[in-house]
Design a binder for this molecule. Structure first.
Ligand SMILES: Nc1nc2c(ncn2[C@@H]2O[C@H](COP(=O)(O)OP(=O)(O)OP(=O)(O)O)[C@@H](O)[C@H]2O)c(=O)[nH]1
Ligand SMILES: *[C@@H]1O[C@H](CO)[C@@H](O)[C@H](O)[C@H]1NC(C)=O
Ligand SMILES: *[C@@H]1O[C@H](CO)[C@@H](O)[C@H](O)[C@H]1NC(C)=O
Ligand SMILES: [Mg+2]
Length: 201
């Protein structure tokens, strides 16, 4: 029987309640969106297999509750994550300011080599924007991580961002695996086009 996948990566989404973590995961895994807001209780996950560099990569995406009362439960899941996606809402300044606290949580509770990525979600509602693209980009740059503005609603940069993070993890994994033909091919093909912004109207 054919192997269903070559790699299994565990990803985790964190960020304030209401920024759109669950919607981003549902858009990514099921290509759906429902505006009815049901705040996540504790923790949940969805899986999706993507193809990267000719490899089948199964992504197990963990969804955490942003509410403070679930902090103890959710931080227990940081350790097992290979990638952590920090999400804020571009229309909610507080959610952006809180990114520094979420970064601190990662430092305290995640594995040392974890790959991180910053997403500014809800970029479909440009009229209500409170956090400029440049400001989000600068924060990501200061931490040396990727940045995308996304919309779970309009399906902007969702696949792209998840795939970029998965590719980063794949590169790291193949480097660690030691010298091999595959490693050479993987490390030499990194295209890295410029991070696309959510440019609307
Ligand atoms: N306009 C717009 N609304 C969005 C987007 N993503 C999420 N929303 C809305 O924002 C609200 C919160 O979305 P959720 O995905 O449930 O937020 P969450 O981060 O999972 O919140 P918690 O589970 O409480 O931590 C819902 O009403 C969504 O419909 C988006 O990209 N654009
Ligand atoms: C959205 O989700 C709510 C709550 O689960 C459900 O009642 C509603 O029918 C859904 N709407 C659509 C269009 O699927
Ligand atoms: C997360 O880190 C904090 C601070 O070091 C610690 O008190 C807490 O027990 C950790 N949580 C888990 C689940 O490891
Ligand atoms: Mg949620």
């Amino acid at each position: 029987m054919a192997k269903k996948y070559d790699f299994l990566f565990k990803l985790l989404l964190i960020g304030d309640s209401g920024v759109g973590k669950t919607c981003l995961i549902i858009r990514f895994a099921e290509d759906n969106f429902n505006s009815t807001y049901i705040s996540t209780i504790g923790i949940d996950f969805k899986v999706k297999t993507v193809e990267i560099e000719g490899k089948k990569v199964k992504l197990q995406v963990w969804d955490t509750a942003g509410q403070e009362r679930f902090k103890t439960i959710t931080t227990a899941y940081y350790r097992g994550a290979m990638g952590i996606i920090l999400v804020y809402d571009i229309t909610d300044e507080k959610s952006f300011e809180n990114i520094q606290n979420w970064m601190k949580s990662i430092k305290e509770n995640a594995s040392a080599g974890v790959s991180r990525m910053l997403l500014g979600n809800k970029c479909d509602i440009e009229a209500k924007r409170k956090v400029a693209s440049d400001v989000g980009e600068k924060l990501a740059k200061d931490h040396g991580i990727r940045f995308f503005e996304t919309s779970a609603k309009s399906s902007i940069n969702v696949e792209e961002s998840f795939a970029a993070l998965a590719r980063d993890i794949l590169m790291k994994a193949s480097k660690k695996a030691g010298p091999s033909g595959r490693e050479v091919r993987l490390t030499s093909t990194a295209p890295e086009k410029k991070t696309s912004k959510c440019l609307l109207l």
